[in-house]
Design a protein around this ligand. Structure first.
Ligand code: PMP
Length: 372
């Protein structure tokens, strides 16, 4: 039509696969207690804020120049962090970083997915895997999970054999359900994926620091098609920084550089991330508090009479509700924002500070009384 008749997206010549779709949109509402996006509730400690300011001031002096395109110092420090915490020695050549693990995932799909190719995830899982697949023209297959949200290896292997995906996503601990995937299952799916077609297996460990179990980082040894994806958004309490990274065979690091935009990581981002990594020990101290709060949420929700999915993350999935959206609204009416991920019967709450969690528990206690 003529330009005057354009009233919305569908009047524009957008790609067919984007028509009628909605963007990722967790509500950003101004409520007293926000426990809906798995953020870390603790602001960065003041000494770290000072260190960021110092590092950013230094970086600002060079802002007339493009940043280090290969982010060498940052990748070196990330490799040290992984080596120290992941039971496996990695170096600069094994590590790649980008603006959030969302961008890491996008670069992986641009490299190994794309038109004519297919990716699979076992749902419910992190919804952005499917959305980034769509954005990169990669076909998406929704693989199965059991009623209790665990992955049945036989059913998952069958889906892999049937669809022969180019990229397999395994999120552990899984979002939004919270449960971790046993290493044996990851290995079985890796073997199945290699047998079907040499394909990339992306282990999304966004929440691994909160897990009772260990990182699967050692599995990259001898498995060039296995990628571990990580983020500073959760454990490092730096969601606003936008820094994600991956660990893999050096060939994978070379491959993603075919699609990354030049200078994608700003000098400010690199400086800030480096400052945060200097304070790793303090930040990981908060992780211990959050794990304890997570375990308390699980125990108290069960005591109130809710069903809870086993959690290895900084959030808890609870239910069941005849109408999860109605329950979400009733909790919101009490000033507490949780997440309705569209999993029928279930809601998700992020572990906050002890006071925030108390406010949440009060709200769901009220809700339970009403349901009786
Ligand atoms: N993976 C999973 C499983 C997540 O839950 C998230 C954030 N919600 C991400 C990746 C992306 O995080 P970021 O881009 O902030 O690193």
């Amino acid at each position: 039509g003529s330009p005057e008749q354009v009233t919305g997206i569908d009047d524009l010549p957008v790609r067919d696969e984007l028509r009628g779709k909605s963007p990722y949109g967790a509500p950003q509402l101004d409520v007293p207690v926000r426990l809906n996006t798995n953020e870390n509730p603790y602001p960065l400690p003041e000494p770290l804020v000072e260190r960021i300011a110092e590092r950013v001031r230094e970086a600002a002096r060079d802002l007339n120049r493009y940043p280090d395109r290969d982010a060498v110092e940052l990748r070196t420090e990330l490799a040290k962090y992984l080596t120290k915490t992941g039971n496996h020695r990695v170096g600069l050549e094994n590590v790649w970083a980008a603006n959030g693990s969302n961008e890491v995932i996008q670069q992986l799909l641009q490299t190994f997915g794309g038109p004519g190719r297919t990716a699979i995830g076992f749902e419910p899982s992190y919804s952005m895997h499917a959305l980034i697949a769509r954005g990169t023209g990669t076909a998406w297959v929704s693989g199965p999970r059991n009623e209790d949200f665990t992955i049945d290896p036989a059913a998952a292997e069958q889906a892999i054999a049937e669809h022969r995906p180019d990229v397999v996503f395994i999120t552990t601990p899984n979002n939004p359900t919270g449960n971790a995937v046993p290493p044996e299952t990851v290995l079985a799916l890796y073997e199945a994926a290699q047998a079907a077609k040499p394909s990339m297996v992306v282990v999304d460990e966004a929440y691994i620091e909160f897990s009772h179990g260990d990182s699967l980082l050692p599995l990259i040894e001898g498995r060039p098609n296995l990628v571990v994806s990580r983020t500073m958004s959760k454990a490092f309490g730096a969601a606003g920084l936008r820094l994600g990274y991956l660990a893999a065979h050096p060939a994978v690091v070379d491959a993603v550089q075919l699609v990354r935009l030049p200078y994608h990581l700003s000098a400010i981002t690199q400086a800030t991330a480096l400052a945060a990594l200097e304070h790793t020990d303090t930040l990981l101290g908060y992780v211990e508090q959050l794990k304890a709060e997570r375990d308390r949420l699980v125990a108290e929700l069960r005591a109130i009479g809710y069903e809870v999915t086993e959690s290895d993350a900084n959030f808890v999935q609870f239910g069941r509700f005849a109408d999860a959206h109605e329950a979400w609204q009733k909790i919101l009416d009490q000033g507490v924002l949780v997440r309705d991920n569209g999993v029928p019967g279930w809601l998700r709450v992020s572990a906050g500070t002890p006071a925030e969690n108390d406010a949440f528990l009060d709200a769901v206690r009220e809700l339970k009384k009403e349901q009786r």
